[in-house]
Design a protein around this ligand. Structure first.
Ligand code: SAM
Length: 273
């Protein structure tokens, strides 16, 4: 059997050829082939013996193998059947490797316990629903280190006022303290993506403002549905201008100008009136 070295191009190409694997763009398959970057990601998450880690989309197994070598228990969820077959063949020697051949968006993760880490080079096309799924399990994951497309990181990290802000910025900020760690260039992947990627760290916030934030997010999404317009003209059912003014905010604010705190204050004020 070919020696399994996922970040060594000749080795991984041979494995793929043996198994009849070909890249599927529709699954955001850009595989890491740079061991330095793999090590930097694992160091950022302080991966060590005894850790329990959820990996979303292990793909060719570059991160997976290194996490297993460090003695972590890895639950990896991969949708691609051929990747799954390859990883089963080459990584089953590790007793602490658990592979789930499913779509992460429908996988029941309720077996994971508090303190589980998440490390993933995310399938970019489903970044937002994955973050939403993770946030719904608040309190389970403490260290989360993700690779996302730079544009997505810019949106998640945008501080008001900023054109990069969207309802997703507010959503991310509501649940997590987010930091940008480092950029990963297209040359570190096979095949090469068109854009830069960014490694971000997310720490779950301890106290969340609402037990059920669904109405709050409904308001935020509505405010951003017409991003260039003033909030007062998008949310017209109440006297928004007056509410903004009473909070010391510009009555003509557009959604991208408001911080998370301002949105919370506005929501609370409207809910109480
Ligand atoms: N972890 C690998 C690496 O860093 O080289 C691969 C990362 S690649 C960007 C994304 C991976 O997610 C691919 O292996 C792809 O097949 C997998 N994937 C895509 N959609 C998925 C889904 N809905 N559920 C689980 N895995 C998915």
């Amino acid at each position: 059997m070919t020696k399994f070295e996922p970040t060594k191009i000749s080795s991984i190409k041979q494995v793929w050829e043996e198994e009849g694997f070909s890249f599927r763009k529709s699954l955001s398959q850009n595989f890491l082939i740079d061991q330095n970057i793999v090590d930097k990601i694992l160091n950022a998450a302080n991966v060590k013996n005894g850790d329990v880690i959820l990996e979303i989309g292990p793909g060719s197994g570059a991160l997976t193998l290194s996490m297993l070598k460090r003695g972590a228990t890895v639950y990896a969820v991969e949708i691609d059947p051929i990747s799954t077959r390859i990883l089963t063949k080459h990584l089953s020697v590790y007793e602490n490797f658990h592979l789930i051949n499913q779509d992460i968006l429908t996988t029941d993760l309720s077996f994971l316990t508090e303190g589980t880490k998440i490390i993933s080079n995310l399938p970019y096309h489903i970044t937002s629903p994955i973050i939403a799924k993770i946030s719904a399990m608040h309190g389970i994951f403490n260290d989360i280190v993700l690779m996302v497309q730079k544009e997505m990181a810019d949106r998640m990290l945008a501080v008001a006022p900023s054109k990069n802000r969207s309802s997703f910025s507010i959503f991310s900020e509501y649940y997590f303290d987010i930091k940008s760690l480092f950029i990963v260039k297209p040359g570190c992947f096979m095949p090469k993506p068109k854009v830069d990627s960014v490694i971000i760290s997310l720490k779950s916030k301890e106290n969340l403002p609402y037990n059920d934030p669904s109405d709050f997010f409904k308001m935020v999404r509505k405010a951003f549905s017409q991003k260039r317009k003033m909030i007062s003209s998008t949310l017209k059912e109440q006297d928004i201008k007056k509410a903004l003014a009473s909070l010391g905010l510009d009555p003509n604010s557009r959604p991208e100008q408001l911080s998370l705190k301002s949105f919370i204050d506005l929501y609370d004020l409207l809910a109480s009136s």
